[in-house]
Design a protein around this ligand. Structure first.
Ligand code: MN
Length: 191
């Protein structure tokens, strides 16, 4: 299977000023494209060639895992956002957030703190287990909670390439601003 990069469902300047046009063009247009190109190069002729991408992530190691997971993670990340969204989650997801973290405000604080606390490059995730219990996890580099048997719901990218053009070294501010563009309908649909 040859993977293609899906077009974003919004214009490259639609997330500004939270994420600038320039960052979307570099981060999705160049970084993410490189991961997909590398994935296609590495998977060709391998035992993983006809597997679903999520199963490649669950099973592969080394460079193939890194590029498969980074390809998947960035699509998951960018397709969580939309202009003129933000607000708060509702439905069963909201009930689970209130149950497992105390409140939406406490959840956001814990999620931001977990992202700020990752040393070096990585991702902070909200996931659910088979029973619907929610977990915030820190992953280094290309890490993905699929490898722990969890179902990902939301992710913030804490690699410097995600925020350096817009926020320089201010990772905490970059993560805090992302709540303004989270499309909670998308996140709820994953729960
Ligand atoms: Mn990234």
């Amino acid at each position: 299977m040859t993977y293609t990069q899906p077009d974003l469902p919004y214009a490259t300047d639609a997330l500004a000023p939270v994420i600038s046009k320039e960052t979307v063009e570099y981060h999705y247009g160049k970084h993410e494209k490189a991961y997909i190109d590398n994935l296609n190069r590495l998977i060709k002729g391998s035992q993983y060639e006809d597997m679903d991408l999520e199963d490649v992530i669950r099973n592969a190691k080394g460079p193939l895992f890194n590029n498969a997971s980074q390809a998947w993670n960035h699509i998951f990340y960018f397709f969580t956002f939309a202009p003129n969204t933000g607000g708060e989650p509702g439905g069963e997801l909201r009930k689970a957030i209130d149950r497992d973290f105390g409140s939406f405000e406490e959840f956001k604080k814990a999620f931001e703190d977990a992202g700020v606390g990752i040393f070096g490059s990585g991702w902070v995730w909200l996931s659910r287990d088979e029973d619907g219990k929610l977990f915030i996890t820190q992953e280094s580099n290309a890490g993905n909670p699929l490898t722990s048997g969890l179902t990902p719901l939301l992710v913030f990218d804490v690699w410097e390439h995600a925020y350096y053009l817009d926020y320089q070294n201010r990772r905490a501010e970059a993560l805090h601003r992302l709540w303004e563009i989270v499309d909670w309908d998308v996140v709820e649909s994953r729960y």
